[in-house]
Every structure is written in structure tokens, then in C-alpha cells.
Ligand binder design. Structure first.
Ligand SMILES: Cc1cc2nc3c(=O)[nH]c(=O)nc-3n(C[C@H](O)[C@H](O)[C@H](O)COP(=O)(O)OP(=O)(O)OC[C@H]3O[C@@H](n4cnc5c(N)ncnc54)[C@H](O)[C@@H]3O)c2cc1C
Length: 339
């Protein structure tokens, strides 16, 4: 166990945060040795969806880093693959694409580790990881009990799952699961999802009329590189806010003032409005305040240019939330885990 460990390289915002205690876990035995050391742990993987609210984290950070990828079984239609939690997500996606397996191509180049992917049911370009997760292997950090969660038991939803509330494992929860491996069921023959974002247009403009799985993954990567800050160069956690879910009445009220408001149906009563559009229309896109700001190519992304403190992002977050609330009467909630 390390004391006063710097997490600067372990959070993609790039804040200079120190943890009182830190331990890397490379095997399940490492996890078992940890039991009893604390009643409260923060699980940190790639740190690409965490905002530390202070520069000193006065607690115990565990860094699960079990490695390995195994093909478990295979038939004419599907392949079951297990990846341990410490594998880098984008490398895992590249591996599946290189094997011509369908299911993860639209999730190419999302930062972070495999173990965190089910936590917020990562999604991009019309795909969500829930559609490929077969089961999730966990170990309780306090009791040491192992449990396998079926896809259904994971309770996947939009940027959510049963695991999201347990990132900070504490005695007060009945389950405190650390995800140590994930089994994915991928298809040998599949349909490509081209109708989300700019994928189809990008393919057409590059004269790709009959795209392969690899073309789609490469396209997603190219579009992401144009729109999002590069990890390690500009600090961010990707989308800082969740999209807003509003009532039909509220949507009609906004539409009467802004006929071009984009929207996606949720059910008969609610509708989703991209928070990036709300933030942009409230005038924040490209705005900079000292060391932090709003990314000029995507207003949903808050950025840290370096040398700043977490409080600056929290202050900016509050100002944006208040301004969107005042202008549209809509509450926007953070997608990032604030600890
Ligand atoms: C530039 C950029 C672009 C992004 N684009 C997208 C995108 O398109 N779609 C998307 O969904 N997300 C996106 N993200 C967010 C982020 O990459 C994902 O949420 C990713 O899955 C987080 O992985 P991580 O390993 O960094 O997790 P961390 O940030 O370390 O942790 C995230 C949460 O998961 C918990 N956790 C982590 N590992 C485990 C584990 N093994 N067991 C149990 N709990 C665990 C943590 O306690 C925390 O609550 C983006 C981020 C950046 C910086």
C-alpha cells in the first residue's frame, strides 16, 4: 500500500490530486489481502469519468489492474470473450474488431478500462455496452464474496447500472462489488450501425460505399478525434453532463421559442434534449475561465487546460447549471462521478 500517492496521471482531467492511501490490485489474491484494511474504498480505473472535488483524497483508493483476455467459447454465430478489468477499453475493442467480431465497433476509442465499462453502461454512436455484456464478475471489497451478475441483474439503463452507485464502496451498502472481469458475447455476423451521428456521411465523403466492420471502427475514431479533446493533452472526462430528460409540456414550451431544438423520444411522457445544445444556446461553447472552460467543438465537454484546481470546474459546472435553469427551466445533471 502506498501513502500520499499522486493521482495526477490517473485522472484524465489532469488535476494534481493526492490520495492518502493507494493500492494497485493485480490478482484476486491481492483483493483478498486488502480485505479488512478499510470499510470504505474508492475504486479508480482509468480515471476518465471521475472528478475529485478536492486536491487531497482523504481515503483509500484501490486501482484494479487484473490483465488478460480469453476466448471462452465459440460457435458458428457467436464468440464469448472474457476480459479482465485492467485491460484498456480501446485496445480491447481493437482486438475484437481485428478478429471481425461485431458489437463493440461503435464504442471504439472510449477512454478507460474494461472493468469500468459496465458501470455507466458506456455508449456512443447508437451503441451501448449493455448489448454485448453477457455477465459481470465481481468481488465484494469488504466481505470477499464473489458474485456473477447476469446482464439483467446489472440493471443497465442510459449511462447507468446497478454498479454506478457503488463506485465508493462503503459498509453502508449491502453489495460493494469490484468488477474484476466481464464476459462479452459478440457476433460473427452482424449488422453495422451507421445511422447515428455523422458515420454514414463520413463514409460517403470518403468514398466507402460498402463499409466493413473495420471501416466503421476507423470512422468512429476519426469523428471522435475531430470533436473531442485528446486525452493527455487537454484535461476532460468527455461528456460532463447527462442529456436532459424533460416532460412533453416543457419540450413544447422550449420548441415554441426555439423551433430547431433537437430531441429524442424517451416514452409517452418524456423526451430527451441534448444538454450540449442547451449549454451552447445558453452561450457557453468555447467559454474560458482561467484554467478551465467549455470545449469549443462540443459544449457538453468541460476542460482543464492545466495548472487549475478541481474547484474551478465545480464553480463552472454550477454557473452553467444555473444559466441553463434560468434560460430554459431545465436541470442538467453531471454524468461524471464527483468524489
Ligand atoms: C475524451 C473522453 C471521451 C469520452 N467518451 C465517452 C463516450 O463516448 N461514452 C461514454 O459512455 N463515456 C465516455 N467517456 C467517459 C469514460 O471514458 C467512461 O465512462 C469509462 O468507462 C470510464 O472508465 P475508467 O476506467 O476511466 O473509469 P473511472 O473513471 O476510473 O471510474 C468510473 C466509475 O466506475 C467505477 N469503477 C471503475 N472501475 C471499476 C471496477 N473495476 N469495478 C467497480 N467499479 C469501478 C469508479 O469507482 C467510478 O465510479 C469519455 C471520457 C473522455 C475523457
Amino acid at each position: 500500500m502506498e501513502k500520499n500517492f499522486s493521482l495526477r496521471e490517473l485522472n484524465t482531467f489532469g488535476f494534481d490530486v493526492t490520495a492518502r492511501y493507494f493500492q494497485e490490485l493485480k490478482t484476486l489474491d491481492d483483493v483478498k489481502e486488502l480485505l479488512g484494511n478499510s470499510s470504505r474504498f474508492l475504486i479508480l480505473s482509468g480515471g476518465s469519468n471521475i472528478l475529485f472535488s478536492d486536491e487531497f483524497y482523504d481515503g483509500f483508493v484501490v486501482y484494479p489492474n487484473l490483465k488478460g483476455i480469453e476466448i471462452l467459447e465459440e460457435n458458428d454465430e457467436t464468440v464469448m470473450i472474457r476480459s479482465y478489468c485492467g485491460e484498456v477499453w480501446k485496445d480491447f475493442v481493437d482486438y475484437t474488431v481485428s478478429k471481425n467480431l461485431y458489437g463493440l465497433e461503435n464504442l471504439a476509442d472510449i477512454p478507460g478500462k474494461v472493468g469500468a465499462a459496465p458501470v455507466q453502461n458506456i455508449g456512443a454512436y447508437g451503441a451501448e455496452v449493455k448489448d454485448t455484456v453477457y455477465q459481470v464478475h465481481t468481488i465484494d471489497l469488504v466481505s470477499g464474496e464473489t458474485k456473477v451478475f447476469s446482464n439483467e441483474e446489472c440493471q443497465f439503463a442510459y449511462r447507468n447500472s446497478i454498479f454506478k452507485q457503488f463506485g465508493v464502496c462503503s459498509l453502508k451498502f449491502e453489495v460493494r462489488p469490484l468488477i474484476y472481469a466481464v464476459d462479452f458475447k459478440l457476433k460473427k455476423h452482424g449488422e453495422l450501425k451507421l445511422d447515428y451521428g455523422n458515420i454514414r456521411n463520413y463514409l460517403i465523403s470518403n468514398n466507402i460505399t460498402n463499409p466493413t466492420l473495420k471501416d466503421v471502427a476507423a470512422t468512429v475514431k476519426a469523428i471522435r478525434a475531430e470533436k473531442l479533446p485528446e486525452v493527455g493533452v487537454v484535461g476532460s472526462v468527455g461528456s460532463f453532463f447527462q442529456n436532459a430528460i424533460v416532460s412533453m409540456d416543457k419540450y413544447q414550451e422550449i420548441k415554441s421559442l426555439y423551433p430547431d431544438v433537437p430531441s429524442y423520444p424517451v416514452d409517452d411522457h418524456f423526451i430527451k434534449i441534448p444538454s450540449g445544445w442547451l449549454i451552447d444556446r445558453a452561450g457557453w461553447k468555447g467559454h474560458r475561465e482561467n484554467h478551465v472552460g467549455v470545449w469549443d467543438k462540443q459544449a457538453l465537454v468541460l476542460v482543464h487546460y492545466g495548472g487549475g484546481k478541481p474547484q474551478e470546474i465545480l464553480d463552472l459546472m454550477k454557473k452553467i447549471q444555473e444559466s441553463v435553469q434560468t434560460k430554459f427551466g431545465v436541470e442538467i445533471k453531471p454524468e461524471v462521478n464527483i468524489v
